[in-house]
Design a protein around this ligand. Structure first.
Ligand code: NDP
Length: 277
């Protein structure tokens, strides 16, 4: 019997997840369907319950329901518990909530040739996206992880939140100017500034010539942040498309026990987007 999966959000029509998972299923010969579900803003739990009652085996959760999914889950993985957000449900006897966003980012950075073991990393932002990637970055063996945010206290609060997982003492946090302890191997923009064509007002000197500047936003070509990074000397630029594909692959692996090869899907989606120049 065909196993059913879905992505749930509001809005949802723009989601690339159905196409990504259909490609993964075809490649791995898995008998599954994957649909996009639009839930009313006040109807997330009911929509999840209905999908489950209809035999659904798992779900991806996207904006604006990731925090509500975190509350709804019967069990949480450690990375999801700390992230405070859930992007993947696995339905069995109960509802397991996981968060594959950080694993997707780590995987994407590997694919991009930016190894994290021993790396100095600057993470811009202290919202949900930043929070979701901190534990996976620590676990990937970074030598330093500075969390910088417009509201510096929110960055410091995140450092405190993850202190119990920072046995090597790699975490530090503060405002933009405090991030000047540079250069960094990788700078990750996890703010939503690019959505309004803005870049955080970062100090100069953050980048060495081979540093990677990474914007989690995708589909907008050269964002204000990437342009700023290029102007400040970063030669390697990346957007968040790879993270999107890789978090999907991590969810697929949780559900199906097989990790799909992501190269073809990455290339297909990339070809449809404006270039990073
Ligand atoms: P949140 O609303 O939770 O957090 C927003 C963050 O951006 C805060 O740290 C906020 O700072 C900061 N910020 C907002 N506007 C500005 C600005 N003009 N200048 C500087 N900082 C600003 O958003 P999320 O964390 O959920 O999402 C962040 C981004 O990551 C989004 O663009 C989203 O599309 C992207 N994303 C991409 C994914 C992928 O798979 N590629 C996955 C998840 C997210 P303050 O605290 O001071 O308000």
């Amino acid at each position: 019997m065909t196993d059913r999966y879905a992505v749930i959000g509001h809005p949802i029509a723009h989601s690339k997840s159905p196409a990504i998972h259909a490609a993964f299923a075809a490649q791995t010969a898995q008998d599954l369907s994957y649909e996009a579900l639009l839930a009313p803003l006040d109807g997330f739990a009911a929509a999840v319950a209905q999908f489950r009652a209809q035999g659904g085996r798992g779900m991806n959760i996207t904006v604006p329901f990731k925090e509500e999914a975190w509350q709804l889950a019967d069990r949480l993985t450690e990375r999801a518990r700390l992230a405070g957000a859930v992007n993947t449900f696995v339905f069995g006897g109960d509802v397991q909530g996981d968060n594959t966003d950080g694993a997707g980012l780590v995987r994407d950075l590997e694919v991009l040739g930016a190894p994290l073991a021993g790396a100095r990393v600057l993470l811009l932002g202290a919202g949900g996206a930043a929070r979701g990637v901190i534990l996976p970055l620590i676990d990937a063996g970074v030598a330093r992880l500075f969390i910088a945010n417009r509201t510096a206290d929110k960055a410091r609060a995140l450092q405190a939140h993850f202190a119990g997982h920072d046995a090597r003492g790699v975490l530090a946090a503060g405002g933009w100017q405090e991030a000047a302890d540079a250069p960094y191997d990788v700078v990750i923009n996890a703010t939503s500034a690019s959505l309004s064509d803005e870049a955080p007002p970062l100090p100069a000197g953050l980048y060495a010539p081979d540093s990677l500047a990474y914007d989690m936003v995708y589909g907008r070509g050269l964002t204000a942040y990437l342009k700023q990074a290029r102007d400040q000397g970063a030669a390697r630029l990346a957007d968040g498309l790879g993270m999107l594909v890789e978090q999907a692959a991590e969810a697929f692996a949780l559900w199906r026990g097989v990790h799909p090869d992501t190269a073809a899907v990455r290339a297909t989606l990339r070809a449809a987007l404006p270039p990073l120049v």
